[in-house]
Design a protein around this ligand. Sequence first.
Ligand code: HPA
Length: 233
Amino acid sequence: MTAHNTAAIGEIADRILLPGDPLRAKYIAEHFLENAQCVNTVRSMLAYTGSYRDKRVSVMGTGMGMPSMGIYAHELMEIYQVKRLIRVGTCGSISERAALRDVVLAMGSCTDSSMNESRLPGIHYAPIADYSLLKAAQETAEAMGVNAQVGNVFTSDKFYNEHFDALMPRLRQYGVLAVDMETCELYTLAARFGAHALSILTVSDSLLSEEQCSTEERQTAFHSMMRIALEIL
Ligand code: HPA
């Protein structure tokens, strides 16, 4: 048990889905898992454990941004011995390659956060996805006929960034597909703790065209992402 998570050791499975929104975690538990029990409510960061087919699976919100992801992911790996973690989140597209409703499989993440700079002074660390999860996700998406783009994402500390208009074309030029706020920290900590992690993201908005998904489109895209995540977790 920790200050942020009152689940007992053993109440969290060694495989976990990580949406940003704790109410998404509740939705996933209620709609995708069998016999799901709520195992954490501290700060309303809901966590559930149930099963999917023959696998024992947990799901927990992470909150928004790297510091929040960092707290939960660190404790899940260090205290609860979680070994496989899949972020199921959203991202804003900055590339024509990632259209609205597409799935983005984050192969790597660059960032404007200083969290890794303080961990590894002087080093521009390259946080990467677990290769076996990435490969399985790409193959599963292809078999399901889901458009999944594999590539780099930018994990930003800021949702509202007044300099983003200048930055976006450069990021795009260097092959970055989309922006989120958590992937970099998840990948860094998974490497630190020897766990397997992948971020599967649906494009919820385009920062190129300023289009946004309707609620219904968001739901369909969310279901594709969930099918891939549960299949490979
Ligand atoms: N910026 C950062 N994170 C996001 C966005 C965005 O535009 N959309 C979804 N997650």
